[in-house]
Design a protein around this ligand. Structure first.
Ligand SMILES: O=C(O)CCC(=O)C(=O)O
Ligand SMILES: [Fe+2]
Length: 256
């Protein structure tokens, strides 16, 4: 059932809202793959924050934003085959119209879990990463708010509605944020028990949803359930603190 990804397929999944550098792919993983990941997330790795909990794989970045070189765990990489699928799609490899990141593949994954009523305040992901995030959603659906930052010299007269986008992230979908959407916009998940007023006029990716009827039939409402997001990134600075160990252990080197 592997999907054939090409430039036309990618272009057809681009959001036609500003900035035009986000892509939405419904059903990027199957329901059994979704369960496989949810069951394998280690229960002892959560960091508890005020309105969500978080785990970083293979580890958290250093204070200076560097990643200690290590592979992603198999349940976030090859089984289920999320990395091969991302590789074929191209957001890190730089194929199908995407721009390649320095390592050509994600080396880091932040896993967020939000229960109903939880969220993440508006923020930007910053310069420790190449400007690409690939977000796989598991469990419940949430709305992601994206707001373009006011550009220098631009007055407040700019149409607010045009600057704010709502993106509905369905379970098993992939959202790719690149370019200006990464650099010039803030994003966040409102901490609500239900997302309301969902429809073609209010949701930027409505035409790309896998199951729009599900939300339309509920009167434009998405009752929040626990949602887990896998956010794949390419950390620019990778440190090889294990260099001495590799030398002593004679294990040989790997690529970056
Ligand atoms: O859960 C999401 O989709 C967004 C998470 C996020 O913005 C982050 O981890 O930086
Ligand atoms: Fe973020």
């Amino acid at each position: 059932m592997e999907q054939q990804y090409d430039a036309g397929f990618v272009a057809a999944h681009r959001l036609h809202s500003l900035p035009e550098s986000m892509y939405y792919f419904p059903d990027f993983i199957t329901a059994s793959e979704e369960q496989q990941v949810l069951q394998k997330l280690p229960p002892n790795r959560w960091t508890h924050l005020a309105h969500r909990r978080l785990q970083a794989h293979p580890s958290a970045l250093s204070a200076r934003g560097a990643l200690l070189a290590a592979p992603l765990p198999p349940y976030l990489a090859a089984a289920p085959p999320i990395l091969p699928r991302l590789e074929a799609l191209g957001p890190f490899a730089g194929t199908n119209g995407f721009v390649a990141t320095p390592h050509g593949r994600p080396n880091h994954c932040l896993v967020n879990e939000y229960r109903a009523g939880e969220g993440i305040m508006m923020h930007e992901d910053g310069g420790a990463y190449a400007p690409v995030v690939a977000t796989v959603s598991l469990g419940g659906a949430v709305v992601l708010d994206v707001v373009v930052k006011a550009q220098e010299g631009e007055g407040k007269a700019e149409d607010e509605a045009q600057q704010r986008q709502r993106i509905l992230c369905e379970p098993r979908s992939l959202l790719v944020t690149t370019g200006r959407a990464y650099v010039d916009a803030l994003h966040g998940v409102p901490a609500v028990a239900a997302d309301e007023d969902l429809g073609a006029a209010t949701v930027a990716n409505w035409a790309l949803l896998g199951s729009p009827a599900r939300y339309a039939d509920a009167g434009g409402r998405n009752e929040r359930a626990t949602r887990v997001s896998l956010t794949y990134r390419d950390v620019l600075r990778v440190s090889w603190a294990g260099g001495l160990g590799r030398m002593l252990g004679g294990g040989g080197g790997g690529g970056t």
